[in-house]
Design a binder for this molecule. Structure first.
Ligand SMILES: [Zn+2]
Length: 375
């Protein structure tokens, strides 16, 4: 895939950008917002490439896109374009060297897979030192050979004091500079930043496009691709996590666990059971227990939000947007209570070494029955 294919993934957003480009009215600061894994990163790079490409072309849908082949397009895709500056969220670190290593690792992950969902524990922030360094770099004059692109990724993870220090720059970027901010939680962005940037919504990726992306990237089974394309709800990042299975940091198991939970709540009974069979048959006892405990906490979140309507009651913040959507199903307190009871029984069964796939399928049917009964 190259940056010239951007409009397949984000047809609506790219139309806006292409039109501004044609009218020579590109904004100085963009804020790309949307769900994780849907292409905020890719769109940011494509904007950077569009502004620096040596031979912008028209794609099949008639939109202006970067050629993907000139040296600027290629170095931007490889993340080593001279005029490309990054500020990405990092875990706590002790030294400049450590910070560079963490940044390099972050960029390597994104280079391999632009849709990769980056972990965001509560301690992860965009370091103030990076923001300061970027300000300093931008203050130096450039020869005008290219347009500088500054990418602040997951802007909501920047502390307010750091963000305040950047306000002037965001409002009026230095000459030959475009600033691109991304966010998956627009409500967590300072109003002063919102008002100073052009907001562009990054949509969920069409199911067909996700499916063909998965096929083109070596995920061969058509049945699985179709299943994951649908369950991931427009997020290639989530689909990839599901396809890659559980990895050691547990981030993927959360994604898979959540998708199963969603399937449980929103799909018909036969569909839910077939998804479960497809996804959980290989789980061992530890994984099954982790999954069920995760479901318990999701049910708890939905029930709490259904009662209070207060987002801060949600523990699984990485899924809060989705949890709020399904919480009305839990408005009857008895629903959550009986579902939690069923999970408890299954956890006890697992400790007695019952047949795991059977126990999970049985549980799914019982949970589903509980939901259907009260909704
Ligand atoms: Zn180019």
């Amino acid at each position: 895939m190259t940056l010239s294919e951007i409009s397949r993934f984000q047809p609506r957003a790219w139309k806006i950008i292409s039109r501004s480009f044609e009218a020579d009215r590109m904004a100085g600061t963009y804020l790309l917002h949307g769900s994780v894994g849907t292409g905020r990163w890719l769109t940011a790079l494509a904007i950077g490439a569009l502004l620096n490409c040596e031979g912008v072309v028209k794609d099949d849908s008639g939109l202006r896109v970067p050629c993907g082949e000139c040296r600027h397009c290629r170095t931007i895709a490889d993340l080593n374009f001279e005029g490309l500056l990054f500020a990405v969220p990092l875990p706590p670190h002790k030294s400049v060297n450590e910070r560079l290593e963490l940044t390099t690792a972050f960029l390597a992950d994104k280079r391999d897979n632009p849709f990769k969902i980056m972990k965001s524990a509560s301690s992860v922030t965009i370091p103030i030192e990076v923001a300061r360094q970027i300000k300093k770099d931008l203050a130096r004059r450039v020869g005008g050979e290219f347009r500088r692109i500054v990418l602040f990724y997951d802007m909501e993870l920047m502390r307010q004091s750091s963000a305040d220090a950047l306000l002037k720059m965001i409002e009026e970027p230095p000459p030959d500079t475009t600033i691109i901010l991304t966010s998956s939680r627009l409500e967590a962005i300072l109003p002063t930043i919102l008002s100073r940037s052009q907001k562009i919504k990054i949509d969920r990726i069409p199911e067909q496009v996700t499916q063909s992306y998965l096929a083109a990237n070596g995920y061969a089974s058509e049945t699985r691709n179709r299943l994951y394309s649908r369950l991931s709800d427009g997020s290639i990042g989530l689909a990839l996590e599901m396809l890659n299975g559980v990895d050691d940091d547990g981030a993927s198991s959360r994604a898979v666990g959540f998708m199963l939970f969603k399937s449980l709540i929103s799909e018909s009974k036969p569909e839910t059971v077939s998804h479960l069979n497809d996804l959980i048959s290989s789980r061992n006892k530890g994984e099954a227990e982790t999954l069920l405990k995760f479901w318990q906490s999701l049910i708890r979140d939905c029930a709490a939000y259904a009662v209070t309507g207060d987002e801060s009651d949600i523990i699984n913040v990485d899924f809060s947007h989705e949890l709020i959507k399904v919480s009305p199903k839990f408005s009857e307190p008895a629903t959550a209570l009986s579902m939690a009871g069923e999970i408890k029984i299954t956890l006890a069964d697992l400790s007695l070494n019952v047949h795991i796939p059977g126990a999970l399928t049985r549980l799914a049917l019982k949970l589903k029955a509980n939901l259907d009964l009260r909704n």
